[in-house]
Design a protein around this ligand. Sequence first.
Ligand code: HEM
Length: 528
Amino acid sequence: MLPEIYDHLPPPHITLQILSVLSLAYTVILVVGRLYFSPISNVPGPRLAAATSLYEFYYNVVKGGKFFLRIQELHDEYGPIIRLGPNEVHISDPTFYSTIYSLTEKRNKVGRLYQNAFWARKSSFSTLDHDHHRLRRSMVNQFFSTAKIRTFAPWIQERANLLCERFNNEFRVRNENEDKSKEKILNLTDAFSCLTADTIMEYSFAEHYNLCAKKDFKSDLIKILVVFFGQIHVLINFPSLLYLQMAVLPRWFVLWLDPINRVIFTYMDNLLTQITTTLSGTSQSHQDVSHSTIFADILSTKKAPPQEKSKERLFDEAQVVVSAGLETTGNALAVAMFYILEDGEVLRKLKEEMDGVWGELEAGEDGEAQRLSYGPIARLPRIAPNQTLTYTNPETNTTYPLPPGTIMSTSIYTMHQNTVLFPDPQAFLPSRWLPDPVTGEAPRAPSLPSSASKGSEKLSSYLVTFGKGSRSCPGMNLAWAEMYITLANVIRKCDMQLWETGRENVVPDKEYFLSRPRVDGGVRVRVL
Ligand code: HEM
């Protein structure tokens, strides 16, 4: 028997009906509010996207990372500013990029991406607040100056030598009449990722796994981001899943659900050991090397209070620094080689130029390769916490106020596909980046509809592979050094030919934070 008090409650089916009516009313009020009373309700775009983030969910979760392509179509339909979600806009106007990704004004990151989907919440990368980020970022910035990277360049050169030796000794086709089935095919994406993995581990801890010596360049570590980011769109929408997986459920159960998680656990355990031994002073490797070692040297930085150097904090920072240094640069190298090899004329010219002197790569090839390799092509959303920004559509002259808290972005992909800046944007055209043959001046951008300066900017100011502003990539100089040194060595010392690799292996087709091609397998070559 229930106590008497329950006699006054309506029967269960009535309670259910009341709850349903209330939740329906709530949903209707919410949707009407978003569509008609939101401060960004006049921004054009699909009504469904304005009403619910399920619109993005459909393209990214159900269709698998396809929202970035849908965004391009929406710009074609609605113009340079579109409403992508209840509180989010996307702007395809290169002149507005540095307003969103400002160097001087406060910009916060957005928790839905940077906290929900990354288990490194105390890293500078996942720090949402602008001021807190400045402090954390100042701790790592010092290691990536050009001067510091120059002292590390000989180490990268030594790795590049090792790769070239292995390419020629183990993979070279001895005789053109040799049985083709016995040929050893070289996977350049794997090989370059081994080089970038060794590089970032050495620079972080003065220790590395010597992946450049691994048989066939096979290693779980170089695939870690594919595993990490495979679930990113689900995690953005269901953040508690990451918490369950990493902090609540026993490991054996998580592994039973999906054995691929072993790769993540091994990676994290190894990094935790590195940080623990660095903090305890057990590891002394950094004393035997002539270059900086991020996580040993960071301990002596005076800029940060002790809690910023705690084990948990540095472990999170290490996860981001190491992960960011792996596949991004490895993939950029492989994509660059793909386009250079695909275009016989570019390859011939490069070889010729490098034959005489140990010349640098032409500015054109690496700029164009950076543009097409993309790296993080996700929207990198920002919020202006205490500033109303305004965007004026140059086509209609309509001004849209974007009040504090509005989520804004311009994806790197959208920027690099801009047809005014980069005509025929899918084509590999290094000549876009070449200086004027008469004046020697760097190429200028054509005038853009909304540009006050009417084309006086350098074209390179619109190359945003590494982002821009206060949150841009600190590892840029390291990445450029890896690119220059490795490409120059490989092009000069090795002869290669693409093997069963086409544009479907390199052109972005899906976005899982980083770009993914339609066909996996990497850039594969025969070494001649
Ligand atoms: C071609 C190679 C690379 C590309 C295309 C690239 C691109 C980017 C981009 C676009 C961002 C901004 C992400 C955001 O706003 O959410 C970023 C952030 C970052 N990158 Fe890179 N990156 C590359 C290589 C590296 C390397 C070698 C490192 C080595 C340490 C690195 C470390 C980082 C870190 C720590 C951040 C977070 C910065 C912050 O939020 O303060 N990156 N990178």
